[in-house]
Design a binder for this molecule. Structure first.
Ligand code: PHE
Length: 356
């Protein structure tokens, strides 16, 4: 009996995994195990022999079972220990740096512009980038023979097959949104329309695609004086200081009278600063909306009047943030974007403009 005990306790102690333990269990206390067979022999014994052997075998069986359970638990504990060691996590390690994208200066500036005009009661209007001849030209008092069409270096699309219409164009300015917004809303109206426009042009300050923001305010008696105030208020809020402006008489087919607006600036070492010095830089076209344009948009010129303007978004972005080459805006160079881009948290807030 002691031999059996020593044998199995030894086997159990040396079992290295669950399968080995199971093997030992079967060999000892399984149905055909050595201890079980011995117990079956109890029946053949005399009562005296059985009185001694019975309890001894039972005790042996209990001891082996206990040893098996203990070994199993020990193995499981060791396995867990091993796993915990390999899956250990150092929460004090510095986190791995995750590269974040940046907000493109055009998006940033567009947001800034929208926030400032929203403060003055302007909502945002939209129109398609592929525009009809009518909205881009005729409705804006630019008939087909007009020299303005040639000057604009228009990209023409294909006329749909079987159509006699003039070919659609990539809009050359955001002014067609004036017509669309008026058709949709009627007057009075106060909207801005930021977006992409296209002209076949390419050098340091011109790209075939660029961005404008159109402004339109039509009411009963909106005047050139209102235009001047709104623009000066906008420019000062945008550049963060009082910016002097110069209104130069100009000509656009869709406004009468028309004015191009220059901002005060200073040139130093080839760099320009807005709001200082006594140079001037043109940044926008504007004027009183032409009666023919109002008519084309279904507004009675005797009932309403007002102003419109078109600002180059890329232009004012370059000026505000000191970006020298327009073409880089659209090269998608990650180094450029990282340098000139904005943090997503750098969102413009609404503000009441500057005090005088
Ligand atoms: N559409 C003109 C341009 O692209 C700008 C402009 C808009 C001028 C509105 C007057 C009024 O140059």
């Amino acid at each position: 009996m002691d031999d059996l005990k020593a044998k199995y306790l030894d086997l159990i102690a040396n079992a290295s995994d669950e399968a080995a333990i199971e093997e030992v269990r079967l060999a000892a206390v399984g149905k055909k195990g050595e201890v079980s067979l011995k117990m079956r022999e109890l029946g053949k014994m005399t009562p005296e022999e059985r009185q001694v052997a019975g309890p001894a075998l039972n005790a042996l069986k209990d001891e082996i079972n206990a040893a098996l359970t203990a070994k199993k638990t020990a193995l499981a504990d060791a396995a867990l220990e091993e796993r915990l060691k390999s899956e250990w996590l150092d929460v004090t390690l510095p986190s791995r740096h995750a590269r974040q994208g940046t907000v493109h200066p055009i998006s940033q500036v567009t947001e800034e512009v929208m926030a400032i005009f929203a403060d003055m009661g302007f909502t945002v209007a939209e129109g398609p980038q592929i525009e009809s001849d009518w909205y881009n030209f005729d409705a804006l008092n630019i008939p087909s023979h007009h020299s303005a069409r040639a000057e604009m270096d228009t990209f023409y699309m294909k006329t749909p097959e079987g159509s006699n219409d003039a070919p659609p164009v990539l809009r050359t300015h955001t002014s067609p949104v004036q017509i669309r917004a008026l058709e949709k809303n009627g007057a009075p109206i106060r909207v801005i329309a930021p977006g992409r426009v296209y002209r076949a042009d390419y050098d340091q300050t011109h790209t075939p695609m660029f961005n404008q923001v159109e402004g339109l305010a039509i009411g009963k008696d909106i005047s050139m004086a209102n235009l001047k105030w709104v623009l000066e208020e906008f420019l000062s809020a945008f550049f963060g200081k009082r910016v002097k402006t110069r209104f130069r008489a100009s000509h656009f087919p869709f406004t009468e009278p028309s004015a191009e607006v220059d901002v005060q600036c200073k040139w130093e070492d080839g760099k320009v600063t807005v709001g200082e010095g006594d140079d001037w830089l043109e940044i926008l076209g504007s004027g009183m909306v032409h009666p023919k344009v109002l008519e084309a948009a279904g507004v009675d010129p005797n009932e309403g009047q007002g102003f419109a303007f078109g600002i180059g978004i890329d232009r004012i972005a370059m000026l505000k943030y000191g970006i020298p080459d327009l073409r880089a805006f659209f090269d998608s160079d990650l180094r450029w974007l990282r340098h000139y881009g904005f943090s997503a948290l750098d969102v413009p807030t609404l503000h009441g403009g500057l005090s005088r």
